[in-house]
Design a protein around this ligand. Sequence first.
Ligand code: UGA
Length: 434
Amino acid sequence: MKIAVIGTGYVGIVTAVGLAEFGHTVIGADKVSEKIEKISHGDVPIYEPGLAELLKANLKKGTITFSSDLNGTIQAADVIFVCVGTPQGDDGSADMSQIEEVSRLIAENLNGYKVVVEKSTVPVKTSSWIKRTISLYKKSDQEFDVASNPEFLREGSAVSDFLRPDRIIIGVETERARDMLTEIYADFKDRLFITNIDTAELIKHASNSFLAMKISYINLMADLCERTNADVEQVAKGMGLDPRIGGLFLKAGLGYGGSCFPKDLKALIKIGEDLGVNMNLLKETDRINVERTRHFLEKIKRALWILKDKRIALLGLAFKPETDDIREAPAIKLIRDLLNEGAILRLYDPEAQANMKELFPEDKVRITYVKTPYEAVNGVNALLLCTEWKEFSELDFGKIKGLMANPIIIDGRNIFRPEAVRKLGFEYYCVGRK
Ligand code: UGA
């Protein structure tokens, strides 16, 4: 079986490399030839632990090749994983134009039976559109099937999530497609969950929205904790001890960002509303999340009063640790708000600085990017923590205190122990605990 993976974005590249690692012969394809050129030489366009090594090893073994010839790639493949982007459209719905474009290309190059697998996150019912598009545009009477195999990998641990999945969801409507996908994931027979296509498509959106809801829920509890003597970390721990709830994704803080939760939640709201379902539960989830940075700004003002010309260090620019991705990162909104208030910012992140620089170019007056957390805190009136990179929990506080103009820490991810930092002489603010 020859596998094609179309689209070499986040999901595409990890899928291509992961399937090659499972022992399959994979062609990764993308219409952007410069990208293909780089990846073919082992140059990974994103920061993702372990990905570059795995790509290089599989290029060497010859299990993976890359091509910008989409027609040839489709013709050569038995199974085509569609991993192109489904960005958010103006009304919150997913923009499906890239999926449509690839469907037409597949139709034009259908030279034998093929299974077309949706891997990108798509609205329920997308497979019917793919099927209709291929049927409308195909030039031969060759058969094909459409299947859904949503991806559940997390940025920062994408490689291990792909190689050691908790579950593999497969949505199919024929035995033939089912057998081919089962063979692709032969090593994970115990983790396969096979269902119909609409169900598989919905499982992806339902999972991401549920996790987002858990995060907003604990953030709502954090708001309550701040008005009482309760501690949100303990509340989350206590709740999580109930196996029906589970302790994961109950970390209060600056809320969720990234390319998935915010977009998928809005897409599911739109899907539901279009189908006549009241989606207020998810609208509230979104509202609570959007409010997080405003709450955080209020805390900063409570600590510093007037922000104009205050020097502020911001540690952590990525939307979460172990990634250089800043899409929907809380830091973006915060930087914008702080600049509007006239603050002077010193910004640091171990991986995401280059991306943030594109959005907020360095001017060395209001915005300065620095190479270490210590350089960031030099002479500042406060330190803000936005992403819980491991290196931040290992900082030398004595040194930090000596460098800061005022020893004030405002921790948006609750990574420091309040009593420990206060004992060292810091004024310390966090989320949902005293
Ligand atoms: C998420 C899902 O976790 C993956 O299963 C899914 O495959 C992926 O979306 C996708 O649809 O492609 P990802 O966005 O990479 O993965 O990152 P997460 O680890 O889920 O974190 C999302 C956001 O929630 C981050 O901003 C993180 O800081 C925040 N978060 C997470 C919290 O605020 N609290 C928590 O307890 C957990």
